[in-house]
Design a protein around this ligand. Sequence first.
Ligand code: GDP
Ligand code: MG
Length: 177
Amino acid sequence: GDSYDEECDYLFKAVLVGDSAVGKSNLLSRFAKNEFRLDSKPTIGVEFAYRNIKVGDKMIKAQVWDTAGQERFRAITSSYYRGALGALLVYDITRQATFESLKKWLHELREFGSSDMVIVLVGNKVDLEIAREVEKEDGKSLAELEGLCFMETSALENLNVEEAFLQMITKIHEITS
Ligand code: GDP
Ligand code: MG
């Protein structure tokens, strides 16, 4: 391997889940490459991205899987979840329907994911405050009820994106070390 691999202490797999067009791919491209796309292509054409992150004195390589648009057809397979220690469960604060879908996604995460998977609930697109349909309190309450971390983000404005991923990675590190 390259020197990055040799310097890496842990490799974690994490997955992105949530309805189509909530901003999963843009959250990942922000996190991995600090890029954002304004066009609404259903996929950025990659299945996963890596980023190395230092937590304490350990170097963690986060491998984050993105759906290549299959969520539109509810065709995410169990292999997508296999071995994942963390998940960002994403909804769009301007579309109530994406919040209503969370129960279905949680069910899937719990069916196919590991039992101690770290799940961060992410309400994305807070830059569109004027079009908000899901109150922050509602996201917070659901997270408390289901034992999830919670964060509101904007992939567009690069707000809390790093924090959401870091929260997940730090928690995974706590659990596994
Ligand atoms: P995915 O289907 O969940 O992967 O969603 P995408 O990342 O492809 O984003 C869907 C659409 O929402 C695209 O047009 C993005 O430009 C837009 N989008 C993603 N994140 C944000 C955000 O934080 N704010 C705004 N205003 N638009 C966003
Ligand atoms: Mg996508």
